[in-house]
Design a protein around this ligand. Structure first.
Ligand code: ADP
Ligand code: ASP
Ligand code: MG
Length: 455
């Protein structure tokens, strides 16, 4: 497999050992540094945690240096969020991070104990101790540097190093930060980049990345490989199996991600550069999200600069905007209607930010939390007309109303009613023949593509 992607690895501050090196497709075969990340379900109960510890030790026994990044156990992070909401309607973001970061610390300390019992040395570290440096935007901080000196020292002293995922420390404020839901994936990728690891193994509760959420679509097909570009679109449109930021980080730093089951052996899915992917279907996956909300501003003044003001206010409030729709008003007196979607967790912040901008609109701010989004992703659609038409027809035939549409060269997203999302995902997955029984060989004749497009 190609080494080109690794040669672009960006090495940060004191992670001086990160020489670009040849990649291997799976777990390191001895003498390498391997980063293994275990998600919440994979460390939920005592047996799960011991299973993870045994896998970590097996990797060490293969002669590799092992850094394991752990998530909080089971539903711990949700429980901590509930705890906070029982105390306060608007908890301080700084204190929220102090609270949320504890879940991952518990997992690491317990796992270190299990590893000692298996006869190996282990040391657990918080994100801060591990040198994960972030900006200071609490609850969705971005990693800006990895100072991996302490990890490297611990590895040299023959330790297995356990790093609490999802957290870091801001050098500005010296405060603990967290990286947003699913952030342990990003901790793992950032450490893999800084340590020059041959691969970043993401162990989770499904066998890899699938053509749709396997919990929703029973015949979803596991992908052997997926390109960074497709995975970025998939994560951005709801495939929570890898946090979006982790995929961005991996692409920018040339880290290979290997996503696989922590419960069984299997080949998993490799996330790699596009020229390394084994398959080239024109549609790769259907994704969905039910965690968004829509904001509509009625009667926005129809003059230059309005959109700039609105979206600057949102950006300054650190709100990510997804789909945006604005129409030219029917007459100048009317003003325009402007709608956009944001993560549901950001809805109050978004509305607050816009309310702070006076004199932009004559109408009210409407919100809708009953929306969902379904998307199809595939590098092949760049060169195949008719994909959008087919998506809209399939949804129409299902009696599903499309409320907003957005596209990129390799993605088509439709905002629809939240209660129709599951039907939409299944219908599109079937219509595009993405299931395990469909044709997946390289389609040199184009017949499969033609059939899937209904031609
Ligand atoms: P972890 O706790 O290991 O980080 P997550 O819950 O964050 O696990 O991610 C794994 C889940 O992602 C799976 O259980 C699955 O339901 C969901 N998922 C959504 N879309 C996909 C997809 N396309 N492929 C695989 N899993 C998916
Ligand atoms: N525990 C955090 C969450 O539930 C981070 C993670 O699991 O990656 O989102
Ligand atoms: Mg996750």
């Amino acid at each position: 497999m190609g080494v080109a992607s690794l040669s672009s690895a960006v090495v940060t501050s004191d992670a001086t050992s990160a020489e670009p090196q040849a990649s291997t497709p799976g777990v390191g075969s001895g003498g390498e540094t391997v980063v293994m990340k275990f998600g919440g379900t994979s460390v939920a109960g005592p047996e799960d945690l011991k299973r993870a510890a045994a896998r970590i030790v097996a990797e060490r026994d293969r002669g590799n240096k092992v850094v394991a990044v752990l998530s909080a156990r089971g539903k711990t992070t949700d429980e901590l969020l509930t705890m906070a909401s029982e105390i306060s309607d608007r908890p301080s973001p700084r204190e929220m991070d102090m609270l949320l970061s504890t879940g991952e610390r518990i997992s690491c300390a317990l796992c270190a104990m299990a590893i000692w019992d298996l006869g190996h040395q282990a040391i657990s570290l918080t994100g801060s101790q591990a040198g994960i440096v972030t900006d200071s935007s609490h609850t969705k901080a971005r990693i800006v540097d990895v100072r991996a000196g302490r990890i490297e020292q611990a590895l040299e002293q023959d330790n297995i190093v356990l790093v609490a995922g999802f957290q870091g420390v801001s050098t500005d404020s010296k405060d603990v930060t967290t990286l947003g839901r699913g952030g342990s994936d990003t901790t793992a990728v950032a450490l893999a980049a800084a340590l020059g690891a041959s691969v970043c193994e993401i162990y989770t509760d499904v066998a890899g990345v699938f053509s749709a959420d396997p919990r929703l679509v029973s015949d979803a097909r596991k992908l052997e490989t997926v390109s960074f570009e497709e995975m970025l679109e998939m994560s951005a449109s709801g495939a929570g199996v890898l946090q979006l930021r982790s995929v961005e980080y991996a692409r920018n730093h040339g880290v290979r991600i290997h996503c696989r089951s922590s419960f069984e052996q299997g080949t998993g899915t490799l996330v790699v550069a596009e020229d390394e992917t084994l398959e080239n279907p024109f549609v790769t996956a259907v994704t969905h999200s039910a965690e968004e909300a829509r904001v509509t501003l009625a009667g926005v003044r129809n003059e230059p600069g309005m959109a700039g003001r609105i979206f600057t206010a949102l950006a300054e409030a650190n709100v990510n905007v997804d789909v945006i729709i604005q129409n030219e008003p029917v007459s100048t007196e009317h003003g325009a209607d402007l709608s956009f979607t944001v993560a549901r967790d950001d809805l109050d912040t978004a509305v607050g930010a816009i309310e702070g901008e006076n004199g932009m609109s004559s109408g009210e701010i409407l919100t809708d939390v009953q929306i969902g989004k379904v998307s199809i992703v595939g590098a092949g659609m760049r060169s195949h007309p008719g994909v959008a038409a087919k998506v809209f027809k399939v949804l129409g035939d299902e009696g599903i109303n499309i409320e907003m549409i957005s596209t990129s060269p390799i993605k088509i997203s439709c905002v629809i009613a939240a209660d129709r999302v599951d039907d939409a995902v299944r219908a599109l997955h079937t219509a595009f023949e993405l299931g395990a029984d469909a044709v997946h060989e390289e389609d040199s004749t184009g017949e499969h593509k033609a059939r899937a497009l209904g031609r």
